[in-house]
Design a protein around this ligand. Structure first.
Ligand SMILES: Nc1ncnc2c1ncn2[C@@H]1O[C@H](COP(=O)(O)OP(=O)(O)OP(=O)(O)O)[C@@H](O)[C@H]1O
Ligand SMILES: [Mg+2]
Length: 256
């Protein structure tokens, strides 16, 4: 289960953390260099960052500043060129590919802007797929997937295919899929980027509620200041560096 206890008395951004330092993600001097066609791009130039358990962090910055690259190296989807990343206390650099893939499957959920749903599968089949891949029994996978669809308010859409749903509904299916394993960390890259402002607010209400109720750690890339304001904290990036990292002072909305 997710660690970190809340007393209900904390201000937004304040946590009572378990463990030695309460950090879920620790990055020190993280560098990423892409070499393509004789061109060398320094996408991350020495990023230091700590994210606490149960925290929801927004990452903002101009196109090309390295936001997606940062998510990719922190989550172990991509190799780092230099520096150290620890997730839940474990250095991801030394892990074998196989171990890292398993680590991700057990601990992480991903929400991207392009929904990445499989068109020929129904909503519930899309949601249960990661469980089946992880070797869960079909009956159990179906039950958990239905729970996840209920959590995002879509149980009646279970048998529909992605093309038969609205953009917001499809995005909620991807949220259900990313949460079906009860991951400790959810990475989201512009989860509301393709949605109108009303639907976007609905998705953020959902993510804030899950963050609050399930105590998952959320790392959220967004171009939308209204979306970032719902997080506990906003990190600004520019040219592969973090240029500012501040708690969000204002309330998060939806009862908090
Ligand atoms: N696979 C790659 N090969 C070469 N260069 C890359 C690769 N991926 C990203 N880059 C470069 O690294 C830099 C950071 O890219 P990144 O995708 O992290 O930006 P971003 O902040 O997510 O931008 P956006 O807001 O447009 O999504 C850019 O200069 C980009 O061109
Ligand atoms: Mg990006």
């Amino acid at each position: 289960m997710i660690v970190g206890k809340r007393t209900g008395l904390e201000e937004p951004g304040e946590f009572v953390a378990d463990g030695v330092d309460g950090l879920m993600i620790e990055a020190a001097g993280v560098q990423k260099v892409f070499e393509a066609g004789g061109l060398r791009v320094r996408a991350l130039r020495g990023v230091d960052l700590g994210i606490r358990r149960g925290e929801m962090v927004a990452i903002m910055g101009p196109s090309g500043c390295g936001k997606t690259t940062l998510l990719n190296v922190l989550s172990g989807l991509d190799e780092l060129t230099g520096g150290e990343v620890r997730v839940d206390g474990e250095p991801i650099r030394g892990m074998s590919d196989r171990r890292r893939t398993r680590f991700r499957a057990e601990k992480m959920g991903f929400i991207f802007q392009s929904y990445n749903l499989i068109p020929v599968l129904s909503a519930i089949e899309n949601v249960e797929l990661p469980l089946l891949v992880a070797g869960k029994k079909p009956k159990k996978a179906r039950r958990w997937a239905l729970d996840a669809l209920e959590m995002v308010g879509l149980p009646e859409q279970a048998d529909k295919r992605p093309a038969e749903m609205s953009g917001g509904q499809q995005q909620r299916v991807t949220v259900a899929r990313s949460l079906v394993n009860n991951p400790a960390i959810v990475w989201a890259d512009e989860p509301t980027g393709a949605l109108d402002s009303e639907t976007s607010k609905g998705i953020m209400d959902l993510l804030v509620r899950l963050n609050r109720e399930q105590r998952q750690t959320f790392v959220l890339v967004t171009h939308d200041a209204a979306v970032a304001a719902r997080a506990h904290r906003t990190i600004l990036m520019r040219d592969g560096n973090i240029t500012s990292d501040e708690p969000n002072g204002s309330p998060r909305g939806e009862g908090e």
